[in-house]
Write a protein of this length. Structure first.
Length: 333
């Protein structure tokens, strides 16, 4: 049952105008602050009534903006609490990674397969191996590859690696809607890693290569595959938004992409620490690789155990509170 919209507007327009005046007022005294909070709560109720009983796009858009501005003025911002961090780490992030698993898992499997093909091709083509040797040089094989991980102080090296990796990951996500940057990042990393692997294996240095790459590389490359998958998801959302409007679909998937991107920054920091501390350490190779494997398996468990549970509980990776997402104006079907 709808409401008489014109009559409803006439009955409450004065309150909304007063709320708008208070929001625009630079300094409020105590009474005015109480009044703003009261009018904000009323306007939020009015918005809910109009949206549910007599949706009018223009009115909903106006009230949504007014309520959002009043909420910010009344509260400043959502107060920080550790529960926000806990919810993000135990629900939002793992659920988003789990929901989008079919975008990044195929990329991970396909990329590993592509690297294996590149290695096999290079090893079976002497001309290609000669070209790689000329490109990198014998010194790279003998010492430069290994020294790369120990030539700098650990803390500076970890920071450098972290910045480089999350820059690539965020590039793939932020420009994913354009498709080409994602493919470029994937191509550069898969081809270069495959070539270096072939060069080291072909010169009897495969143990050095895997002993130095695997401790940090398993989780690091997985983060790259995840970011590429998220970027491709954004591109496909723009191409085929489904039952949602294109703007709404991009907004929802964009918020999830940002949420996962923040999580990847933390994961890549872990990778940087492993690369700077564990990879060049004097620990036996099996111990260093074991640490990297434990980190990688921990990530998979985080996604497929905790993420699966959070996803089944209703989390998607998007903001869960409607007030945080913002109100949506109705559109014609």
């Amino acid at each position: 049952m709808g409401v008489d919209l014109d009559a409803y507007l006439d009955a409450h327009r004065a309150e909304w105008n007063r709320l708008d005046d208070l929001v625009r007022t630079r300094y409020l005294n105590g009474a005015e602050s109480d009044e703003l909070l009261d009018l904000y709560q009323r306007a939020a109720t009015h918005l809910s009534v109009i949206r549910s009983t007599s949706p009018d796009a223009e009115t909903v858009e106006y009230l949504s903006m007014l309520v959002a501005r009043a909420r910010f003025r009344a509260t400043g911002s959502r107060p920080f609490s550790w529960s926000i961090v806990t919810d993000y780490l135990t629900r939002t992030l793992p659920a988003g990674l789990y929901r989008l698993r079919w975008w990044w898992l195929p990329i991970m499997i396909g990329s590993v397969f592509a690297m294996a093909v590149i290695v096999a091709w290079c090893l079976n083509h002497p001309d290609t191996m000669a070209w790689l040797l000329n490109k990198y040089g014998q010194k790279y094989i003998d010492s430069s590859f290994a020294n790369y991980y120990s030539d700098h102080e650990a803390q500076y090296f970890a920071f450098q690696v972290w910045v480089h990796n999350f820059r690539l990951a965020l590039l793939a996500i932020a420009f994913g809607v354009f498709l080409v940057p994602v493919l470029y990042v994937l191509y550069e990393n898969v081809v270069s890693l495959g070539q270096v692997a072939a060069l080291m294996i072909g010169n009897d240095r495969g143990d050095v290569f895997f002993g130095l790459i695997l401790p940090h590389g398993m989780l690091e490359m997985t983060c790259l595959f995840v970011s590429s998958g998220i970027g491709l998801k954004l591109f496909w959302t723009w191409v085929s938004p489904g039952h949602r409007t294109r703007s709404r679909a991009l907004a929802e998937e964009g918020r999830t992409a940002i949420s996962i991107g923040i999580g990847l920054i933390g994961l890549l920091l872990i990778c940087g620490i492993i690369e700077a501390v564990v990879t060049p350490s004097p620990l036996p190779t099996f111990v260093r690789v074991g640490i990297g494997l434990a980190a990688w398996l921990g990530f998979l468990a985080y996604v497929f155990i905790l993420g699966r549970k959070a996803y089944r509980d209703g989390a998607t990776g998007d903001l869960e509170r409607e007030s945080d997402r913002g109100y949506e104006a109705p559109v014609a079907a």
